[in-house]
Write a protein that binds this ligand. Structure first.
Ligand code: B1M
Length: 226
C-alpha cells in the first residue's frame, strides 16, 4: 500500500470524506484507478476482515469501512466503465440469496462494464427465481453470482438448479466468484467458470461468451424470451 497510506487508513477507519478526497487526489495526479483499488482499498478491507475475525472490529466498524470504500469506489467506477467500446456481451449479476456483501460484486460490475459488457446488476440477497426471471427477460449471455459467506455458497447451487428447472440452463453460462469459493466448488455445483478477482472475471467472461458462440453459433446474440 505504499503511497496509499491515507486512503488505506481512511477506508479502514471508516472515514468516508477523507477516503473520497484521497481517491480524488490520486486520480487528479493521474494514478491508474486499478492501482488505487488494489493498493489502497482492497488491503484496507482485508485488514478490516482480519480485525473482525480477531474481535478487534465489530459489525459497525465493518459497515463504516464498507461505506467509505463504496463512496471512494463511486469516483472510480465511471472511469473503469469508460474503457468499454464494442459490446462484448451481457451479464446478469448479483449477490446470492441471504448475502448482503456487494463491494466485490460492484468491482466486478465496473470491470466488466469497462471491458464493454452490458451489466444488469440485481444487487444483493437475490432469490434464484429473480435471476431466472431477468435472464428470461434479457436473454443475457452470462449469469454472474457472487457470495462472500460460507453459508450462502449453497444458494449458488440453488440458483443453478432453478435455471435447470426453468429450462434455460443450456442457454446461459454461469460464472461464480467470491472469497470463500474455489474452482473445485464451482465444478461441484456445475457452474461453467470461477473467477477469483474482478480482473480475471473479465477474462473469464470473454472466454464464456466465445464458448457460447461456439456452442450455439446460430443463436448469438440471443433475443429476449420474456
Ligand atoms: Co462480512 N463477513 N459479514 N460484512 N465482511 C466477511 C465476508 C468475513 C470473511 C469476515 C471475517 O470473519 N473475516 C465473514 C465471512 C466468514 C465466512 O462465512 N467464511 C463475514 C461475516 C461473518 C459477516 C456477518 C455474518 C457478520 C455478522 O453479522 N455477525 C454479516 C453477514 C451479513 C449478510 O451478508 N447476510 C456480515 C456483514 C458485513 C457488512 C454488511 C458489515 C459488510 C458488507 C458491506 C457491503 O458489502 N456493502 C461486511 C464486510 C465489509 C466484510 C469484509 C470485511 C470485507 C468484504 C469486502 O468487501 N472485501 C469481509 C472480510 C474479507 O473479505 N476480508 C467480510 C473487499 C472486496 C473487494 O473483496 O468481496 O472478496 P471481495 O471480492 C473480490 C473477489 O472475491 C472477487 O472479486 C472481487 C474483487 O477482486 N469476486 C468475484 C467477488 N464476487 C465475484 C463474482 C465473480 C467473480 C469474482 O463473478 C460473478
Amino acid at each position: 500500500m505504499s503511497g496509499f497510506g491515507e486512503l488505506y487508513e481512511a477506508v479502514l477507519g471508516g472515514n468516508k470524506q477523507v477516503a473520497v478526497e484521497s481517491t480524488q487526489r490520486a486520480l487528479d495526479d493521474g494514478v491508474d484507478p486499478q492501482i488505487i483499488i488494489d493498493n489502497g482499498m482492497i488491503p484496507a478491507m482485508a485488514e478490516a476482515g482480519r480485525r473482525f475475525e480477531n474481535e478487534e472490529f465489530y459489525v459497525p466498524e465493518l459497515l463504516l469501512a464498507a461505506r467509505a470504500m463504496k463512496a471512494a469506489l463511486a469516483l472510480i467506477r465511471p472511469l473503469l466503465a469508460e474503457g468499454g467500446a464494442d459490446r462484448a456481451g451481457s451479464v446478469v449479476l448479483g449477490t446470492v440469496k441471504g448475502d448482503l456483501h456487494d463491494i466485490g460484486k460492484n468491482l466486478v460490475a465496473a470491470m466488466l462494464e469497462g471491458a464493454g459488457f452490458e451489466v444488469i446488476d440485481l444487487g444483493t440477497d437475490v432469490e434464484p427465481e429473480r435471476f431466472v426471471e431477468v435472464l428470461k427477460e434479457t436473454g443475457a449471455d452470462i449469469l454472474g453470482l457472487s457470495a462472500l459467506l460460507t453459508v450462502t455458497k449453497p444458494a449458488m447451487k440453488d440458483t443453478i438448479d432453478a435455471l435447470e428447472e426453468a429450462g434455460i440452463r443450456d442457454e446461459v453460462k454461469v460464472m461464480v466468484g467470491g472469497a470463500p469459493l474455489t474452482a473445485g466448488y464451482a465444478d461441484e455445483i456445475q457452474a461453467d467458470a470461477f473467477a477469483d478477482n474482478a480482473s480475471s472475471a473479465v477474462r473469464v467472461a470473454q472466454e464464456l461468451v466465445a464458448d457460447l458462440a461456439r456452442d450455439q453459433p446460430g443463436n448469438r446474440p440471443r433475443q429476449p424470451v420474456g
